[in-house]
Design a protein around this ligand. Structure first.
Ligand code: BGC
Length: 523
């Protein structure tokens, strides 16, 4: 090789080396960026960890707070509200009843015919209408007028759609799924709004009165005979079908639980007498807080930016209103720290752009190329991502959901423990053996009923905390939707047939839990 040839060869080698160096450099940079995205994921995963030890701490904290909330008003973030419901339906009720449900973005009305003698529900029909967004924050009068109008249209039509003249005063059950300090079984004052409703002038007012005034304005001859929280409706439905039902939990857009407490344990209301010696307590557990709850910077930011800062802490970790947004916040951070979402941040920066049903759909995408994940990210976030990134997205959804489900499980075990039904031997009455008692918990809401992975994580955690033997006596039964917050309609339809899901029974036949609250009209 002559000099020229040598020079050319050396030149080529140098060029090849520099191209290779550029490529290697790019690859290294890309690895680093990928590494940063994975780092965000790892850090989030650590922050969300719910090992068994931590779950047990949450169980105990729940029990402590329950005691504190029963001891005095304001004694705990758990309000432990009296419901004045001291008897649960047993299937002997009969007649036609009307009910109305206001629990969030929908208002629902219902007429139900009960057959008595355990012939159960003979028939029911209902209507559900969305509450226009502006009414969620406008004024009390506008919101309750909408409720009254919806009811008026419904009541004035008979089962065949003919118009009726309503002469006699009709009695009405009112399911109102917000924290209310009840004065009686049919009246109560709104403590605060949750789940995106914020109408200042309703706080501190009697919601029964607000509804009755609206009914009168619309010329409707109806009187609210019973006012209940949706959890109480779910408990009633559970008890209607299964007398071992001792508690109810809602995990939908919002979350809450109620259970039957002995009146002598309700210290803040000494001298309270009921025929049964017990009363249903609306825990308002969405507001539960404990330093043992795993909270990440994403949760703190979500809370800081929310309309109800420092409120509903448990709800913000486990309910459908918030889970999608926690996941979105993590994905946004990944997009900022790395290039895994390409150059376009798209909708990732928009609060609540990723709803929980979408998050659930991505999480449960079983296609090999994660097609559903790609579709949702493209349609809702306007981001196109490779398969590798889609897998990362699914991991984020999994972490958010697993933490939520396990914390909800710890909450449920907390209630069972307070009732002496967790197998630890602390039966409060001493009359029955806690070890052998069957305890049914009615569970309602889209997250549990319509999101298989959530349900599986929750059930698994219950077994983990209680152990195989005790958990055999604990039955979680899905009640039908009482709050209108199902994840999707298909899951609602599906749940109308009795299913056995991982050893869990479901209630059957009707698609509205809140029908059962009307049975309290018998009081
Ligand atoms: C409300 C509860 C309600 C729960 C489920 C929460 O945001 O505070 O009253 O039971 O949502 O609907």
């Amino acid at each position: 090789m002559g000099r020229v040839g040598l020079a050319v060869a050396m030149g080529c080698a140098a060029a090849t080396c520099s191209i290779a160096a550029v490529l290697v450099g790019r690859r290294v940079k890309s690895w680093r960026r990928w590494g940063r995205a994975v780092g965000v994921l790892r850090e989030f995963e650590e922050g969300c960890a719910t090992p068994i030890g931590r779950l047990r701490q949450v169980v105990d904290a729940m029990v402590v707070e329950m005691h504190a909330g029963l001891a005095s008003d304001g004694g705990s973030k758990l309000k432990m509200l009296l419901t004045f419901v001291d008897r649960l339906p047993d299937g002997k009720e009969e007649g036609i009843y009307y009910a109305i449900d206001l629990g969030g973005a929908n208002v629902r009305v219902l007429r139900v015919q009960l057959g008595g003698k355990r012939s159960m529900i003979l028939g029911h029909e209902g209507e559900s209408n969305p509450v226009p967004r502006n009414l969620l924050t406008n004024s009390t009068v506008e919101l309750f007028d909408l409720v009254a109008m919806t009811l008026k249209h419904f009541v004035e039509k008979d089962e065949n759609g003919h118009k009726l003249v309503v002469e006699k005063t009709k009695e009405l059950g009112f399911t109102f799924s917000f924290p209310v300090k009840q004065k009686s079984v049919s009246s109560g004052v709104l403590i605060k709004w949750t789940k995106g409703l914020f109408i200042e002038d309703t706080v501190g007012r009697d919601v029964t009165q607000c509804l009755e005034e609206a009914l009168a304005r619309r010329g409707l001859n109806m009187r609210v005979t019973v006012l209940v929280n949706d959890t109480v409706g779910a408990l009633a439905l559970g008890h209607y079908y299964d007398k071992d039902t001792v508690a109810a939990v809602i995990i939908g857009a919002g979350t809450n639980a109620c259970y039957v407490e002995r009146t002598d344990a309700i210290i803040k209301c000494q001298g309270l007498l009921t025929n049964s010696g017990g009363m249903v307590i609306n825990m308002e557990w969405g507001n539960f807080w404990s330093s043992h709850l795993p909270r990440t910077p994403y949760d703190i930011a979500l809370d800081d930016e929310s309309q109800n800062r420092n409120e509903q802490g448990f709800e913000k970790l486990i309910s459908g209103m918030y889970l999608g947004d926690v996941a979105r916040r993590v994905l946004y951070k990944m997009a900022l720290e790395s290039d895994v979402f390409g150059d376009a941040i798209g909708g990732l920066s928009t609060p609540f752009a990723l709803s929980t049903p979408m998050m659930a759909a991505m999480h449960e995408d079983e296609s090999p190329d994660l097609r559903e994940v790609a579709r949702i990210l493209e349609e809702t976030m306007q981001v196109l991502v490779p398969l590798k990134t889609r897998k990362l997205v699914v991991r984020v959804c999994d972490i958010v959901t697993r933490r939520a489900a396990r914390l909800a499980a710890a909450g449920i075990v907390g209630i069972l423990k307070k009732m002496g039904r967790d197998g630890s031997g602390g039966a409060p009455t001493g009359r029955t053996k806690s070890k052998t008692r069957r305890s049914v918990v009615a569970v309602e809401g889209g997250l549990y009923a319509g999101y298989t992975l959530f349900r599986e994580y929750l059930n698994e955690a219950i077994r983990e905390i209680l152990g195989e033997q005790v958990s055999r006596n604990v039955v979680l039964r899905i009640t039908e939707d009482g709050s209108g917050q199902r994840l999707n309609r298909d899951s609602c339809r599906q749940s109308q047939t009795v299913r056995i899901v991982a050893g869990l029974e479901t209630f059957s036949n009707i698609d509205c839990a809140f029908v059962l609250q009307v049975i309290f009209l018998y009081y």
